[in-house]
Design a protein around this ligand. Structure first.
Ligand code: MN
Length: 129
């Protein structure tokens, strides 16, 4: 299953690796470097999934997840938080902000794509019959 995935991540190296791994499996990757840019792109392209860095300058990932889930046009898009901010309670904070899933950095190239693809299989309100 080929998907259109929006990656919101401020670190160029992380963007490069994530794009490389997902494109290798045939997915289409769109990239945003900031939360506001990510929200704009999400509304424009309606991706199948959003990979969201939590530590972003300005508007952080929790605020981005909250904004996405507060928008009736966008709240059915699954969000997977990707973060090295592995403090106690951080996972819960991501899920409370509306993320469906959580992947810790550094990402494991062996398992990353499989982990991401699990969230593409979640039921989608507007998926074609
Ligand atoms: Mn970051």
């Amino acid at each position: 299953m080929k998907a259109r995935i929006l990656l919101i991540e401020d670190n160029a190296q992380n963007r490069y690796l994530t794009k490389f791994l997902l494109e290798q499996r045939g997915h289409e990757i769109l990239q945003a470097e900031t939360g506001p840019q990510g929200l704009e792109m999400a509304a424009e392209v309606r991706p199948d999934l959003i990979l969201l860095d939590i530590q972003l300058p300005g508007m952080d990932g929790h605020a981005v997840a909250h904004a996405l889930k507060s928008d009736p046009q966008l709240n059915d898009i699954p969000i997977v938080a990707v973060t090295s901010y592995a403090m106690v309670g951080d996972r819960e904070k991501c899920l409370a902000a509306g993320a469906e899933g959580y992947i810790e950095k550094p990402i494991n190239p062996e398992s990353f794509v499989t982990e991401v693809e699990r969230f593409l299989l979640l039921p989608h309100e507007d998926s074609a019959p």
